[in-house]
Write a protein that binds this ligand. Structure first.
Ligand code: HEC
Ligand code: HEC
Ligand code: HEC
Ligand code: HEC
Ligand code: HEC
Ligand code: HEC
Ligand code: HEC
Length: 327
């Protein structure tokens, strides 16, 4: 009897609650005009952004006139600026999400709907052939993530609401592309709250597991994680076959040599572009790749090696001195 009463009461309450979420973060209407230039569904999307772009939302019980202020979890937030500048900026939320999301609280049916995968829309489409989605899909299927983590998908790395292309973006420098790339991996590998949603494994401390690498900050700022963690790919511009860590590159000479693997990965696009513009030799010398000793200027390489040996010597002396003077 009590149960029935409470069901009736909850039905009654549900029908009298309305949504009065405010849009604090929307500075002015001019922003909306700017978004209309790239998207035809700006007003429809506002019905989601009014909650999902805010840190809090308000529910009003019209019958009793009471208001409930709730916080929106940060991982459920979507920012307008990022959304309207990503690769799918022209999309309505409901192009990817079930229409049931128009209801609040969102029903279970909406949550259970399988999301589209990249390949559903981009596979075997000649407009996107240059991205080689089919090859990427095959590489990904063999990666540790696809093989070991049950709920992994392309979306875990390509954030559905902010994914951008940096490797092909003429405006982005190599450093910016590297930072963007590594942030993708670090979004889990340095954020345990995201990592633990997918696995029962203990936290992996990236700084600890890479302590054999001198000057980590310089390395992580100059090479991508995928340089060492994927097998080199002939066909795709961005290798997607992330391998078990035993197979990762640990030999310094893989990069610090004339035949650096970086020429076939990180600088692949750069090298192609600058070669087209300036011819091979100049292209290779002029592009940023000279830091790794892949240039044809032996004096520079010699100075590079000398500096490298001096640095390593300095470090060794430092270590020996620390051991000797420890007590
Ligand atoms: C009244 C505020 C509000 C509105 C309007 C709203 N949402 Fe939500 N949404 C939430 C809250 C709060 C959550 C997190 C709690 C939950 O999962 O119910 C959420 C969760 C979600 C989730 C994650 C569900 C899951 O299982 O993790 C998706 C996807 C979503 N909303 C999409 C939408 C879309 C699309 C729209 C517009 C059609 C929309 N929402 C409108 C408040 C809102
Ligand atoms: C290109 C397709 C696409 C579009 C457009 C899109 N979403 Fe999503 N969204 C997804 C996918 C896929 C997921 C699940 C991601 C995952 O598995 O990690 C998701 C997840 C979410 C979540 C849950 C996030 C979480 O980590 O729990 C929310 C909230 C959400 N979307 C809201 C929105 C809103 C609001 C819009 C419109 C402004 C929107 N989405 C537009 C594809 C999209
Ligand atoms: C629901 C269908 C759909 C899904 C799912 C989808 N895309 Fe797209 N994608 C599109 C459409 C349509 C465009 C063109 C958008 C435009 O021009 O505004 C596009 C554009 C792109 C572009 C930009 C192409 C260019 O030339 O600028 C890239 C890159 C891309 N998608 C990658 C992905 C990746 C990676 C995934 C999965 C994580 C994915 N897409 C999932 C439909 C989809
Ligand atoms: C472990 C992380 C990860 C996963 C999983 C992943 N990607 Fe990527 N992907 C990346 C990174 C990093 C880039 C480089 C982004 C940049 O700098 O533009 C990239 C780039 C791309 C590009 C652009 C390549 C180009 O030539 O410009 C496409 C297309 C793409 N991924 C599709 C996919 C598809 C399809 C899947 C799933 C089958 C997938 N990705 C899964 C990390 C991932
Ligand atoms: C210079 C090459 C190199 C770079 C760059 C690199 N790694 Fe590694 N990584 C390795 C090697 C080698 C191992 C295996 C270490 C060992 O077993 O001693 C490893 C181990 C790992 C492991 C597994 C640790 C474990 O305990 O199972 C993860 C996760 C990882 N790296 C993530 C990353 C991420 C994320 C980045 C980018 C921020 C990155 N790595 C950059 C070479 C590299
Ligand atoms: C969405 C979260 C997420 C992202 C993004 C992500 N990873 Fe992982 N990664 C995981 C999880 C979870 C595991 C643990 C898998 C398991 O249970 O063994 C893992 C495992 C690994 C391992 C260790 C495999 C082993 O030998 O044990 C490496 C190496 C790795 N990831 C590299 C990368 C690189 C490189 C990127 C970026 C291109 C990346 N990850 C992006 C979640 C992520
Ligand atoms: C994946 C490629 C790669 C691997 C593997 C690699 N390096 Fe590097 N390393 C680089 C790049 C690129 C730079 C340029 C950094 C910069 O911008 O100064 C660099 C810079 C350096 C520097 C100078 C850092 C500074 O303080 O400016 C030293 C020293 C160095 N590497 C030593 C090593 C040693 C020792 C190993 C093996 C344990 C190693 N590297 C493995 C790519 C690599």
């Amino acid at each position: 009897m009590k149960k029935i009463a409470s069901i009736i009461l909850s039905l009654f309450l549900a029908s009298s609650i309305s949504l009065a979420a405010q849009s604090d973060s929307l500075e002015n209407a001019a922003d909306l005009e700017k978004y209309r230039e790239v998207n035809d569904f700006v007003d429809e999307n506002e019905s989601c952004f009014k909650c999902h772009a805010e840190t809090k939302y308000v529910l009003v019980d019209e019958f009793f006139g009471t208001e409930f202020v709730n916080s929106l979890c940060p991982d459920k937030m979507v920012t307008r600026d990022e959304y309207y500048s990503m690769v799918h900026k022209s999309f309505a939320c409901l192009d990817c999400h079930a229409y049931d999301y128009e209801e609040f609280p969102h029903p279970l049916s909406a949550r259970l709907e399988e999301p589209y995968q990249c390949i559903d829309c981009h596979g075997y489409d000649e407009n996107y052939a240059h991205f080689q989605f089919e090859d990427i899909e095959m590489e990904y299927m063999e990666s540790v993530h696809a093989e070991q983590v049950e709920n992994f998908s392309c979306w875990k790395c390509h954030d559905p609401h902010s994914y951008q292309l940096t490797v092909r973006d003429d405006g982005a420098t190599i450093k910016e592309a590297i930072a963007y790339n590594n942030d993708i991996c670090l979004s889990c590998h340095s954020d345990f709250s995201r990592f633990e949603l997918l696995t029962d494994r203990e936290e992996i401390d990236i700084l600890d597991t890479h302590d054999w690498l001198p000057n980590q900050a310089a390395h992580f700022g100059s090479v991508r994680c995928i340089e060492c963690h994927t097998s080199l790919s002939d066909s795709t511009l961005v290798a997607h076959h992330v391998q078990p860590s035993e197979l990762a590159v640990k030999k310094c000479s893989e990069c610090h040599s004339k035949n650096s693997i970086l020429m076939a990965s990180l600088y692949k696009h750069e090298a192609k572009e600058s070669r087209r513009k300036y011819g091979f030799i100049n292209g290779v010398i002029l592009n940023e790749a000279y830091v790794i000793g892949a240039n044809r200027n032996t004096t520079l390489s010699f100075i590079g090696i000398l500096l490298f040996l001096l640095t390593m010597g300095g470090i060794s002396i430092h270590i020996v001195a620390r051991i000797i003077f420890k007590k």
